[in-house]
Design a protein around this ligand. Structure first.
Ligand SMILES: Cc1cc2nc3c(=O)[nH]c(=O)nc-3n(C[C@H](O)[C@H](O)[C@H](O)COP(=O)(O)OP(=O)(O)OC[C@H]3O[C@@H](n4cnc5c(N)ncnc54)[C@H](O)[C@@H]3O)c2cc1C
Length: 378
């Protein structure tokens, strides 16, 4: 009997999962359906290059449907309700989808509305259109005070704000206006990054480059008139240009379906990725509440485990492996330099040295992603 696998989300995790499953499971043994609501698939890591004119935005997107391998049923529809007890998902189109296995890869959403004053005053580089808007604002920038930071935790790709800041420092030097600009970096924790040794590494470069760090800065509000950003902890910093990563939550329909609280992030088993007592409902990627970085690389490692597990089960076999919390991030630390961080639940990353090879890895990552990773062949 053929199994029905339903995947929600057509971003990194949904696409990688579908393609890996299709490679592993014969077509007669499983139907694979993906529900997704984004016609274009944007490679978000390029958001640290686009604002500086280093990459053409059009090179960072591909039509979503082009990325699915043969034998996958890709449906443009938005999931609006999940009923795990009756194994059903309702789509916005009015259609109902049933399943034997459900995989939730609907990522997160940005909630700037959580911060009064955000809409009138802040820019960011966390989606396609916003990166282009920020590029235009930077083109018109002649000097002054730039404040950058994540407004709160969690947020996608924890290194991205410091990567952007190092790129900004170099961009301003290239334009000859670094000496006319103060760069301030705010961070919600008591250091510059979530992980202690990476934080030390980053702070060393901040000091070298004259980037001023404000720690314990969780953004509460922005006063657009007086151009001040205020923290929950009671500090205010004024700015001429504010680059603030908006707050993140999981999707509203996840909360509405009772699978998560107001944060929208789903609690799953940290090793098995299944939701509650359901052995056939899984979440991966940014949609989960796991204590791992919200990163495409996380989704990639998780899908390696999950696709193999489901393929083994469908073939009547048992899969003894589990997800070990693996994440790998190559992060820019300066002009032509980057560092690759690899870690698991048990093993913290080493943050020893930069290299040009790591920068090359980062620079070519959109090509690697679209040609190999997202196709499920890596
Ligand atoms: C600036 C920036 C830099 C980054 N750099 C890196 C990096 O260097 N390395 C790295 O590994 N990661 C990086 N990331 C993070 C990475 O892009 C994300 O973690 C990754 O995309 C998460 O994959 P996902 O599938 O969980 O979510 P997404 O890729 O966001 O996909 C979710 C998909 O679900 C769809 N969806 C949402 N709701 C519904 C619904 N109700 N029904 C159907 N479909 C729905 C969405 O349209 C979307 O296509 C970066 C992110 C940013 C913003």
């Amino acid at each position: 009997m053929s199994s029905k696998i339903l995947i929600l989300g057509d971003g990194a995790s949904g696409t990688i999962m579908a393609n890996k499953l299709r490679f592993l499971i014969p077509r007669e043994d499983a139907d694979i359906t993906v529900l997704g609501n984004s016609p274009m698939h944007y490679f978000k890591p390029d958001g640290i290059h686009i604002p500086f004119g280093l990459k053409m935005p059009r090179d960072s997107v591909k039509p979503a449907k082009m990325l699915f391998n043969y034998g996958i049923n890709y449906v443009q529809d938005e999931a609006v309700k999940i009923d795990v007890n009756n194994r059903k998902v309702n789509g916005k189109s009015g259609k109902e989808y049933d399943y034997d296995y459900l995989i939730i890869g609907t990522g997160d959403r940005y909630t700037p509305e959580d911060i009064p004053g955000y809409a009138e005053s802040a820019l960011h580089f966390y989606d396609y259109n916003s990166s282009i808007k920020l590029r235009d604002a930077l083109n018109n920038f002649k000097g002054g005070k730039i404040v950058i930071g994540p407004s709160s935790i969690p947020y996608q790709c924890p290194p991205a704000p410091y990567e952007f800041t190092f790129q900004l420092d170099q961009y301003l030097r290239n334009r000859g206006i670094r000496d006319k600009t103060e760069i301030h970096y705010t961070y919600p924790l008591n250091r510059a990054f979530t992980i202690a040794n990476v934080s030390e590494f980053v702070e060393k470069y901040f000091e070298e480059k004259g980037i001023i760090l404000h720690t314990l800065f969780n953004v509460e509000s922005i006063d657009a008139k007086s151009k001040k950003v205020n923290s929950l902890e009671g500090e205010s910093v004024d700015y001429d240009l504010l680059v603030l990563i908006p707050p993140h939550r999981g999707q509203q329909f996840i909360t509405d379906s009772g699978l998560a609280g107001p944060s929208g992030f789903i609690d799953v088993d940290r090793y098995k990725l299944n939701y509650g007592n359901f052995d056939n409902v899984f979440a991966l990627g940014d949609a989960t509440n796991l204590p791992v970085s919200k990163a495409g690389a996380t989704a990639h490692f998780q899908s390696e485990y999950l696709a193999n597990r489901i393929a083994h089960e469908i073939s009547g076999d048992v899969y003894f492996e589990s997800y070990d919390g693996a994440v790998a991030c190559t992060t820019v630390t300066g002009p032509g330099e980057a560092i690759t961080l690899y870690f698991t639940y048990e093993r913290p990353p080493r943050a020893n040295f930069n290299s040009k090879m790591d920068y090359l890895l980062k620079w070519t990552s959109a090509d690697t992603y679209f040609s190999g990773m997202v196709r499920g062949i890596m």
